[in-house]
Design a protein around this ligand. Structure first.
Ligand code: GLC
Length: 597
């Protein structure tokens, strides 16, 4: 009962204080930080993706998996430690890089799947203390550096998978089974006491980052074991965060502090609980000598901004080499991100999603923040519009001022505002080489009109199954397929009504196109579009097939657009566009979009 009451209090206080409503007090620093560093470094770093001349046996190239992939023996694997230049290795350098890059926390692989601890552990003998002279304790060195430079420390601990322990989880156990009792022996004699060490000897730990990517019911670890681990953390460090890859989702256990998305998976919808994407600059986590597909600084910044615009965090990985150095391709991009954050960081740190997340502005992403007695809406302009006009659809209030974030004088840009539409006049020159940020400032959180289809940069409205009005959960949006040659659409085989809402700021005649695929021989589908007291009708025509990829027999549906004529929008205002798809007999149409311009 007492517990329930406490939970009630926590829920109340968290919704009243924080607008990201499901962030508990413990995780507040985390959602404020938004950007962190992941460090994959361990014995595998010495292999650089190769073992005895052979490349890692898996195209996913996760260099930290070499022990398992290339079937290396437990002792033999440690020969890699001979390649480490211990005099050069200084974890403080990583912390300094994180700081320079604008990151607020670092998470080190204290023990990865290979089971080797990067600290001086008293549990077993598969850890750095036993293999360095003088003894090195990278967890301690990193913890000290974090404290010195004011960053939070997170520790990655592979709890489920452990390849070195006689009874740890190793996927070959799918063939050569172990018993639950044996697994519990591993758990009780390694996981629990090692976790106790980490939570006792290294000062304040910001988070323990677990790594199990399937549900516990599908593997040997039990919910009881996971809860035992979580209670130990709560007991020893009540402020330490625990991620969902512990093996318990936030839905299953609301006491989990944040959700971890898949590797390199970015957010796709706004959430009220804290979440994070772990990401790499190229592909591998541990250093891999042939890693080559480096994402650009702009791409990485967009990933960070995208996540913050949906209430998420972004943790970007470094895989230092066995001499501690960070590959230039990584550090260079991170430092550039840091420079961007120095100027633009106000739109990231402590910022969160704005309610227009569904309006799909095609020029970029929006974050927001209540600060210094004002409500700021940060417009991240990915593509500086050629006509220098930035269309902001959905906010009913007129901004008090609009300025470029880097402008210390906050010189206001000129703008027009009518109804829920603001058109901002941008300077001719893009003020930031990566992603410029425009701030629209309001005295308080402004009113919005939800589900208004945003006006595009080229002044049209794109009405799709994704930005429909109201709840259309029953419509199944088919994702693009055949490498995107078949576009996103909905299949309609019974008479259906679809509606959208747009705001017309410049009245006049607008032309209307519709794109669909229709495979019926005769015309069994009729379309009727009603808006602004006008009606346009169209009887669908067979669109036939097309070839997705030449010379590969890839015959796919042809999605084709048809002009339906013009509609007169006599005055500024909100219009509902109503599309009636009438199906006769067994007709069917695959609807893609309507374009109004
Ligand atoms: C995966 C991999 C692992 C990597 C991690 C990072 O779970 O097994 O090697 O550490 O993702 O998110």
């Amino acid at each position: 009962m007492k517990k329930l009451f406490l939970l009630f209090l926590i829920t109340i206080s968290s919704t009243s204080i924080f607008s990201q409503s499901q962030t508990n007090e413990r995780a507040r620093w985390f959602t404020d930080s938004r950007f962190g560093m992941f460090i994959h470094w361990g014995v595998y770093s010495g292999a650089e993706g190769y073992w005895k001349g052979e490349k890692l046996r898996n195209d996913n190239d996760y260099a930290e998996w070499i022990y398992y992939r290339n079937r290396i023996g437990k002792e033999e694997y440690l020969e890699l430690l001979e390649r480490f230049n211990w005099d050069d290795i200084n974890p403080e350098d990583w912390v300094l890089l994180a700081k320079k890059s604008g990151m607020k926390y670092v998470t080190l692989t204290a023990k990865h799947h290979d089971g080797f601890g990067l600290w001086d552990s008293n549990i077993g003998n598969y850890d750095l203390g036993n293999y360095t002279q003088p003894k090195r304790d990278i967890v301690k060195e990193l913890a000290d550096a974090c404290k010195k430079h004011g960053l939070k420390l997170g520790l990655y601990y592979s709890h489920w998978v452990d390849w070195e322990h006689e009874f740890g989880w190793d996927h070959t156990r799918e063939i050569y089974k172990i018993t639950p009792e044996q697994y519990d022996q591993y758990w009780q004699e390694k996981v629990i006491p090692q976790m106790r060490e980490l939570l006792t000897n290294y000062g304040e730990i910001g988070m323990i980052w677990f790594d199990m990517w399937i549900h516990h019911s599908k593997t040997i670890v039990t919910k009881k074991q996971l809860l035992q681990l979580k209670s130990l953390i709560r007991e020893l460090q009540p402020n330490c965060l625990v991620n969902s890859r512990l093996g318990l989702s936030i839905e299953e256990d609301p006491d989990i502090d944040f959700k971890t998305l898949g590797d390199n998976q970015l957010g796709s919808k706004k959430e009220d609980f804290p979440w994070q994407s772990p990401a790499t600059v190229a592909h591998s986590w541990g250093f891999h000598s042939t890693d080559s597909e480096w994402k650009s600084t702009t791409t990485l910044l967009k990933s960070l901004i995208n996540n913050v615009s949906l209430n998420g965090n972004f943790m970007l990985n470094i895989g230092p080499r066995a001499d501690g150095t960070v590959p230039y391709e990584i550090s260079e991009r991170m430092i550039e991100m840091g420079k961007w954050l120095q100027v633009n960081g106000e739109s990231i740190y402590g910022a969160e999603a704005f309610d227009l997340d569904k309006n799909q502005h095609d020029w970029g992403r929006i974050t927001s923040k209540n600060e210094d007695g004002a409500f700021k809406v940060f417009l991240h302009v990915y593509n500086w519009p050629l006509n220098k006009k930035l269309n902001l659809t959905g906010i009913s209030e007129k901004p008090q001022k609009v300025y470029i974030i880097s402008d210390k004088q906050k010189t206001t840009l000129t703008f027009n505002h009518s109804g829920p539409f603001t058109e901002i006049q941008l300077p001719a020159l893009q003020p930031d080489p990566y992603i410029p940020v425009v701030v629209a400032e309001y005295s308080k959180k402004p009113q919005i009109i939800e589900n208004l289809v945003a006006k595009t940069v080229d002044k049209g409205y794109s009405l799709t199954p994704k930005n429909l009005l109201g709840n259309n959960d029953q419509l199944e949006v088919k994702r693009k397929s055949y490498k995107g040659t078949t576009p996103e659409h909905i299949t309609v085989n019974k008479t259906t009504n679809l509606k959208w809402k747009i705001y017309v700021d410049t009245p006049g005649e607008k032309s209307l196109d519709i794109s669909y695929s229709c495979q019926n021989k005769e015309s069994l589908v009729n379309l009727r579009i009603k808006t602004a007291n006008s009606e346009l009708t169209h009887s669908t025509k067979p669109t036939g097939k097309t070839i997705g990829e030449p010379n590969q027999d890839w015959v796919i549906d042809n999605f084709k657009s048809f002009n339906l004529g013009n509609i007169e929008f006599t005055q500024t205002g909100v219009y509902v566009i109503d599309l009636n798809i009438e199906i006769v007999e067994s007709g069917e149409v695959k609807f893609q979009w309507i374009w109004i311009e």
